[in-house]
Ligand binder design. Structure first.
Ligand code: TMP
Length: 205
């Protein structure tokens, strides 16, 4: 019988640097014999990637945005994440529901209770085994974003928006200290990697 795979999510405000650690972590885990699926949200299936394009580029209100990210998540879970976990695969997912609480709840100020209802509808009983929260002050993340790429609807938001998203993540981390591991994203990539690999080793034990 297969043991259920571990579900590890990567979170943090845009510019915190989480995405550069996902492929190195996948390679590190594969080197230790794990089957690994690397995926992302919104996205990860053809339908969810289509919804991602809408969410990132089309104007819409916060309820529509929340419904679309949860619709994408339902498809992603059913088609990809859950079958992989059932097969014993380690799933590394770039963002998950904590991002909805941080961005739609914190950033947009959308009703958290409605988000909790959608969460209960879309993934009752399923939470990540580990959430790596890349914590970087909003001002520093803004500097990193400015140097990086053309901004989408979220990346072009105000500093105040990112302060609220940051507060949203901090609240989620405080509410679930066993699942969340805070990664100080300010130091060098090598130092951040040391924190990431230590946190993952702790859940694999
Ligand atoms: P990414 O750039 O890290 O791939 O994430 C895409 C954007 O989507 C990012 O700015 C955060 C946003 N987002 C939400 O607003 N709500 C969500 O539930 C998810 C998963 C992402």
């Amino acid at each position: 019988m297969n043991v259920r795979g571990r579900f590890i999510t990567f979170e943090g405000i845009d510019g915190a640097g989480k995405s550069s650690h996902i492929e190195p972590l996948a390679a590190w885990l594969r080197g230790r014999g794990h089957h690994v699926l690397v995926t992302r949200e919104p996205g990860g299936t053809p339908l969810a990637e289509t919804l991602r394009g809408l969410v990132l580029h089309q104007p819409m209100d916060a309820l529509t945005e929340s419904l679309l990210v949860f619709a994408a998540r339902r498809d992603h879970l059913g088609q990809s994440i859950q079958p992989a976990l059932d097969a014993g695969t380690t799933v590394l997912c770039d963002r998950f529901t904590d991002a909805t609480f941080a961005y739609q709840g914190g950033g947009r100020g959308f009703d958290m209770q409605t988000l909790s209802q959608l969460e209960a509808m879309v993934h009752p009983g399923l939470q990540p085994d580990l959430t790596l929260w890349f914590d970087l002050p909003a001002a520093l993340a803004a500097q990193r974003r400015a140097a990086a790429r053309a901004a989408d609807r979220f990346e072009s938001e105000s500093p105040a928006f990112f302060e609220r998203v940051q507060a949203g993540y901090a609240a989620r981390a405080a509410a679930e200290p066993r699942r969340f591991k805070r990664v100080d994203a300010a130091p060098s990539q090598a130092e951040v990697w040391a924190q990431v690999s230590a946190a993952v080793q702790a859940v694999l034990r």
